[in-house]
Design a protein around this ligand. Structure first.
Ligand code: ZN
Length: 411
């Protein structure tokens, strides 16, 4: 269930009205003080102006009182709405409603006791989810998860923004931890329904942000098991949504291909980078864009003419220069690599990090599975910078992922 009216936003707007009114009050106060000192001095014409100004000032004070009253009313309406919503949610055991946005708002600097308080409150209201999450966190045979890991995972899960929180919670119980103490890497194993991790890299010390990998592998599990677009296998393989930029219904991997190669509104697409090189007359400017795109899809410049090869290399260098090597660019590095058999990948970072071998990308459906897992993990763990990068490099695909998430939340 997802409510359109947002009481948190109404409360914020009420607060903004009060702030605005207070700002006016301050000015009214100064003008009144000026009036008191000016009303007895100067020529009659000045006196006339001073009186007029004071009259306007009084009108302004009246406006300010109205704004205060509006703020108070809006606040009251938000409270009424909240209470009604809480009542409905309690009776029908609905989660993910607007009330969560008010009380389960994440504070990135929360202390241990603040986290515990919120966790306790949430778990009292949602004992069924508490039970399922406890069970998941306890399925690890190696039992590597510390009390702090459990606290942080719960806090992130319970304070994630909707619809991601509901998606995560509603899928608990469908998959378990296989092993959290691998030698290296992390993966979801479809035929066992397990998520698996290297303890030291995937929990609190995850270089991409604490618990990002935890939610990444969970995202694969959800994709596999939610059965929104298909009964067995990964939903993101088949999910179809509307692409505004392409002006038709497409799969997520079609949107990825469009963003990586053709999207002129994406300054990072191969077409945009190649056009820039051609327009500036740089090395490679005599190459043919279509030939270069086809070569990237095969992952090699073998067989290209001399000029096309120059353009291929120039695009590759431009991509590597702008995409850099920070962990917040990991979705970009991995999936641009995925769409090009790793030809478009920043090898200085990619091969060492969380990216995938060339052969993994023989199946282009893996691009949509990976982009979803990245997107979901950023939403859950609150990796704002990484999310921003993903949206910037995959404008159409990010839109499709949002449609997929909304589909999961309302299925
Ligand atoms: Zn993955």
């Amino acid at each position: 269930m997802y409510f359109e009216i947002n009481t948190a936003q109404a409360k914020q707007e009420a607060e903004d009205l009060h702030t605005l009114a207070r700002r006016i009050d301050t000015n009214v106060f100064y003008i009144s003080a000026l009036y008191v000192s000016l009303r007895l001095v100067g020529a009659p014409s000045i006196q006339y102006v001073v009186k007029r100004v004071q009259k306007q000032n009084a009108a302004l004070a009246q406006e300010s009182r109205r704004l205060h009253a509006m703020g108070t009313s809006l606040n009251r309406i938000a409270d009424y709405y909240y209470n009604a919503d809480a009542e409905v949610a309690r009776k029908r055991a609905i989660t993910g409603s607007v009330l969560n946005d008010v009380f389960y708002k994440r504070n990135t600097n929360a202390s241990t006791s603040e986290m515990d308080e919120l966790i306790n409150k949430f778990e009292q209201e949602h004992p069924e989810y508490a039970k399922k999450l406890d069970k998941l966190l306890d399925t690890d045979k190696e039992n590597m998860l510390t009390e702090e890991d459990i606290r942080r995972i719960k806090y992130l899960a319970y304070t994630a923004e909707e619809p991601y929180r509901s998606i995560y919670l509603s899928m608990l119980g469908r998959y378990v931890i296989g092993n959290s103490n691998l030698e290296k890497g992390a993966y979801y194993r479809p035929y066992e329904h397990t998520i698996n991790f290297t303890y030291k890299d995937c929990f609190e010390n995850d270089p991409r942000g604490p618990y990002t990998t935890w939610f990444h592998e969970s995202g694969h599990g959800i994709d596999d098991l939610a059965e929104l677009a298909r009964q067995d296998g990964f939903d993101t393989d088949d999910f179809v949504g509307r692409s505004k930029g392409m002006d038709r219904d497409v799969t997520i991997s079609e949107a990825i291909e469009y963003d990586v190669y053709y999207n002129k509104n994406n300054p990072h697409s191969v077409t945009s980078l190649a056009n820039d090189i051609i327009n500036k007359g740089k090395s490679g400017s005599k190459g043919n864009i279509n030939n270069v795109i086809e070569a990237f899809k095969k992952g090699t410049s073998d067989g290209l003419s001399k000029e096309d090869r120059k353009l291929f290399n120039a695009v590759k260098n431009a991509h590597q220069r702008e995409s850099g090597s920070s962990p917040a660019m990991e979705a970009v590095t991995d999936v641009y690599g995925g769409a090009s058999k790793n030809a478009l990948q920043n090898s200085t970072f990619g091969r060492k990090g969380y990216t995938h071998k060339d052969s993994y990308w023989d199946d282009q459906k893996n691009t949509s599975r990976e982009l979803w897992a990245e997107y979901f993990s950023y939403q859950m763990a609150g990796d704002k910078e990484a999310l921003q990068n993903l949206r910037e490099y995959f404008p159409e695909a990010a839109d499709l992922l949002e449609q997929y998430a909304n589909g999961l939340a309302t299925r």
